[in-house]
Design a protein around this ligand. Structure first.
Ligand code: F6R
Length: 364
């Protein structure tokens, strides 16, 4: 049942190239992204003046990436809140609101409550979920399925990459409806996404190096992740994955926030994972790396191939191929998933069933 792997989590990480393929298939036409069967169209979009994204945990991180894409490609401002916050604060919602919810299981109690609340106030609800016929799918006006296949391990992996893929497709689709995104850029998004299965494959092929890193470092008490823009969200997801399955304390912060607090925690030998895949802030990341190095940090940088020269500034470099900056969250997160996995294995943790966690949080 685990397909020859030790854990479902490994099986599911290995399934990510196929999951991505299934998430994209049929959704990229000659003129860019489209979703057959979606009610949300040009006419409806004319009335939408507010987009809100609500989700929990890993799905919330996919939502953050989505917000970035929606603002970049459709030039719509997006409000975001964890479902547990949204449902208890009388959010501003009316019939011109589009609520986008993201949920692997389609059964998360807080997310479901957020849908009911927004529907009562007249919002149009679009769900992105992995489970056909789930409560969230049934109660939403529109559904986009991630098509990742069943996810058994508590730690979400293949669902996350497909959620990010669907957010990118949706942002591109809305951008075209809004006439903010030209055909050329819409096609570029689709072409970029089409390469992700192969890009993920390349990261999956580097596991030996990640296992070695984990074997050498599994006794650490803390791990820090920093990044800017899309990399910041990838850091948040990597940090969540790590704490869930390895029980190592970790924090992810926007690298520009370093001086505003987190730097106080950097000591000799503290490991800092610096995710630096975004070209427009690469130099800024370099400065942040120098700041933590000056305090004795051991820096592991993740960069696009074109920046391999960063090796002279840091202790270890993991590389992704050169690609469009908007695509990098997909292969990059796979590095962080594998890092969490191998650290958890080295610490002899129950990877598939971490203590205190349930796959589907159907009670508050
Ligand atoms: C992370 C994880 C949780 C879920 C969260 C939302 O690995 O599994 O953080 O992402 O409980 O669950 P869904 O997506 O089913 O609504």
């Amino acid at each position: 049942e685990k397909g020859g792997y030790d854990h479902f989590m490994m099986k599911e990480m290995m399934e990510q190239p196929k999951a991505m393929r299934d998430a994209i298939t049929g959704r990229c036409a000659e003129a860019g992204a489209f979703f057959s069967g979606l009610h949300l169209d040009e006419e409806m979009m004319k009335h939408i003046n507010r987009i809100q994204i609500v989700a929990c945990g890993t799905a919330f991180h996919a939502g953050m990436v989505g917000k970035y894409y929606f603002e970049k490609f459709a030039r719509i401002s997006v409000e975001m809140e964890p479902a547990s916050e949204y449902r208890y604060k009388n959010p501003i919602v009316d019939k011109n609101t589009l609520l986008i919810v993201i949920s692997q299981s389609g059964e998360t109690a807080d997310t479901l409550a957020a849908i009911r609340l927004a529907k009562d106030k007249g919002a149009w609800v679009l769900a992105i979920t992995n489970v056909v016929g789930s409560s969230i799918a049934r109660e939403s006006h529109d559904v986009i399925y991630t098509n990742a296949g069943p996810e058994i391990a508590v730690a979400s992996t293949k669902a996350y990459v497909t959620q990010v893929g669907c957010m990118l497709l949706l942002a591109s689709y809305l951008g075209q409806l809004n006439e903010k995104l030209g055909k050329k850029d819409a096609v570029r998004v689709c072409n970029g996404l089409a390469k992700t299965p192969e890009l993920i494959e390349m990261v999956l092929d580097t596991q030996e190096k990640i296992r070695k890193f984990a074997d050498a470092n599994h006794e650490i008490h803390d791990l820090f992740y920093m990044g800017r823009g899309l990399d910041y969200y990838t850091c948040l997801e990597g940090s969540l994955k790590l704490k869930e399955i390895s029980y190592i304390h970790s924090e992810a912060f926007a690298a520009g926030e370093l001086k505003h607090g987190p730097i106080a925690l950097i000591e000799d030998g503290t490991i800092v994972v610096a995710v630096c895949t975004q070209e427009h802030v690469f130099e800024k990341m370099l400065s942040n790396i120098k700041e933590v190095k000056a305090r004795g940090a051991y820096v592991l940088a993740i960069v696009q191939e074109s920046h391999e020269e960063i090796g002279s500034e840091v202790d270890e470099v993991w590389v992704i191929p050169k690609m469009d900056d908007d695509i990098t969250p997909i292969p990059t997160v796979v590095y962080l998933q594998l890092m969490a996995y191998y650290l958890a294995v080295a610490r002899e943790c129950d990877v598939d069933k971490p203590k205190n966690l349930a796959k589907s949080v159907t009670v508050e």
